[in-house]
Design a protein around this ligand. Structure first.
Ligand code: GLN
Length: 288
């Protein structure tokens, strides 16, 4: 085995391997895996292409690339994923944060900008905690209740809150949706609930269907089981004028709008992601 293999050569052959395995961004992922192994940034990997890592590092790298080629998502291999410009710890117990979910954080921050009072926000189905914690990091007066029915997910929430210095304002709560909370106690309900129709999960990319927790994806027969319950529970848990923001799947726009209107919510609004797909529906509570 040659012992003068450079970073550039390692990345090139890993990217080839990942291309064959059907990975969408092979070069980027090859760089991310090597940066993780070498404990440096991707920028350093790109800049120091002539460096020659040790033989051990090459062997370790091959193992990581093998895992990725077999379908395991990079975020689980590395244990981290960037969301809203913030690095979050992730584990296979939680959904990997998605860029389109950042829209939820923007909507919460826009709502907070309307007033100066301290606010309480429930992040329902918090998973890694990325939504509520990103909002708490950006908004120093916000307090967050991160709700999840998975104790393992709440461990990840606590780790992230501690690493990002917001533990005092982010409380993790084990429970079923909004059930643990008293009536009219919240200013904001934000949620990226499981919304995939149960029958569609097997047809998703293998990275998702084989590696991500089904409890974070499965929304029942029509995908809306959890959303229906959250809307009903949020109606009671929100204060008058409170905000609800729900991430939805493609094609669920009209049904979720109708659910919110029927429950008496006002100012129901659709928000599109960068691909022009309606991703989030927001509304205001009316309860007096
Ligand atoms: N709130 C987390 C996220 O947006 C987890 C969502 C979920 O598990 N459905 O990534």
């Amino acid at each position: 085995m040659r012992d003068d293999v450079t970073i550039a050569e390692m990345v090139r052959s890993a990217a080839e391997r990942l291309t064959w395995a059907g990975v969408e961004f092979p070069r980027l992922e090859a760089q991310l895996l090597l940066a993780h192994l070498m404990q440096c940034t991707r920028t350093q990997i790109v800049a120091e292409t002539c460096a020659v890592p040790s033989h051990e590092a090459r062997c370790e790298y091959e193992k990581l690339v093998d895992r990725r080629a077999e379908g395991e998502p990079s975020a689980y291999i590395i244990g981290r994923r960037e969301f809203f410009g913030i690095s979050f710890v992730v584990s296979p117990a939680v959904l990997i944060p998605r860029p389109e979910t950042e829209l939820l954080v923007e909507i919460v921050l826009d709502y907070l900008a309307l007033g100066s009072k301290a606010r309480i926000c429930a992040d329902v189905g918090a998973g890694s905690g990325c939504v509520g914690i990103a909002a708490a990091v950006k908004s120093p007066f916000l307090r967050v209740l991160a709700l999840d029915n998975s104790a393992a997910a709440l461990e990840v929430v606590r780790t992230n809150a501690a690493l990002l210095g917001v533990s005092r304002r982010v409380k993790s709560v084990l429970g079923n949706l909004l059930a643990p909370l008293p009536p009219a106690s919240l200013d904001i309900v934000v949620t990226n609930p499981p919304y995939i129709p149960a029958g569609d999960i097997g047809g998703l990319q293998r990275e998702v269907s084989q590696y991500e927790p089904h409890s974070a994806l499965d929304g029942g027969e029509d995908g809306l089981d959890l959303i229906r319950r959250i809307v009903q529970e949020a109606r009671l848990a929100l204060k008058p004028g409170g905000l609800i923001a729900i991430e939805i799947g493609a094609g669920q726009h009209d049904r979720v709008t109708a659910l919110l209107q029927t429950a008496g919510f006002l100012r129901v609004k659709a928000h599109s992601d960068l691909a022009g797909i309606t991703r989030v529906i927001s509304a205001r509570s009316t309860m007096e």
